[in-house]
Design a protein around this ligand. Structure first.
Ligand SMILES: Nc1ncnc2c1ncn2[C@@H]1O[C@H](COP(=O)(O)OP(=O)(O)OP(=O)(O)O)[C@@H](O)[C@H]1O
Length: 284
């Protein structure tokens, strides 16, 4: 399947700028030293819909990376590839230097233990209260007794500001922001090395989005680890993105440190980060 001529022309123009696809070229002596995750020349189509179109990006170890792009541009598909829920038609994904598409099922299951994921709506089990939701991964994947589980669950709930009686409430009794915080606590209970957030700002007003961003930064500062935040919210990217990758039409237009990105000479990136409807990128 070929890329439509307008897209090809815009991507060619974008590739004339310094940073395009450049970041992945940073050498590392040992796998995982610098890049926690590397996506190399990823292609993925659903029928005639090409979603990943030669995507290259590195996710730096130990930082908060924001993957920013408009709706429908392949952000959730990218997340699914990182944890081996989807596989590329071509290209490779390395997690700490190991190729995800080439893993056996047991290796995949082991690799996924590195990840904690906060889904858009928190993805809580509706039939369990907040405490049992957060305890669930511990009961599934560890031999801890209930006293140890309680220590961890209440510690994590305290961290996200939900250890104040909210633990006994059902998900349907929580606000959208509380559901996300409960999902965040659950994503952390197994001490993941990599935490992914799929549009943490979706459905939240600007103040609650800002508070959630503050919480993500605080928890990251306390726990370390590699955080990947998928969003189309530029304010969130500016607030928490130490490293930012701009995704458009299944490719990374530019990635780099926040300051480099917000001072980018690349008109595509400038348009994205300014949220400006006028500019070289269209939303067609
Ligand atoms: N399982 C699937 N089967 C077929 N097409 C899919 C599948 N998953 C995603 N797509 C398509 O891939 C494209 C990208 O979808 P994706 O959900 O990754 O976008 P997104 O950038 O996360 O968008 P949003 O910000 O709206 O959530 C869309 O055209 C979507 O229809």
């Amino acid at each position: 399947m070929s890329v439509d001529p307008n897209t090809a022309a815009l991507l060619d123009r974008a590739s004339g700028y310094d940073y395009h696809e450049g970041a992945i070229a940073v050498p590392q002596e040992n796998p995982g030293d610098f890049w926690s995750i590397e996506c190399i020349d990823l292609y993925k189509s659903f029928g005639s819909n090409r979603v990943m179109n030669g995507l290259n990006v590195g996710i730096p170890e130990g930082m908060i990376t924001v993957v920013l792009g408009p709706s429908g541009t392949g952000k959730s598909v990218l997340l699914s590839h990182l944890i081996g829920l989807m596989f590329p038609d071509a290209g490779d994904i390395l997690v700490h230097g190991q190729s995800v598409p080439n893993m056996t099922m047991p290796e995949l299951l082991e690799m996924r233990k590195k990840f904690g994921i906060l889904f858009q709506d928190g993805a809580l089990f509706g039939s369990m209260n907040v405490y049992d939701n957060v305890a669930f991964p511990l009961r599934q994947h560890t031999d801890y007794d209930e006293r140890q589980i309680k220590d961890i669950v209440m510690g994590r709930l305290n961290e996200v500001g939900l250890a104040n009686g909210a633990e006994t409430r059902m998900p349907s009794e929580l606000s959208g922001g509380m559901r996300k915080r409960a999902g965040f606590a659950r994503a952390l209970v197994l001490d993941p090395q990599i935490v992914m957030f799929d549009e943490p700002d979706s459905g939240l007003d600007p103040v609650r989005t800002a508070l959630l961003c503050q919480l993500i930064e605080k928890v990251h500062a306390e726990n370390g680890g590699t955080y990947i935040v998928i969003t189309h919210d530029i304010a969130s990217a500016r607030r928490i993105g130490e490293y930012i990758a701009v995704l458009w039409k299944g490719r990374i237009v530019q990635s780099g440190d926040r300051d480099d990105m917000f001072e980018s000479p690349n008109p595509f990136v400038r348009q994205f980060l300014a949220g400006n409807p006028g500019g070289p990128l269209g939303m067609e």
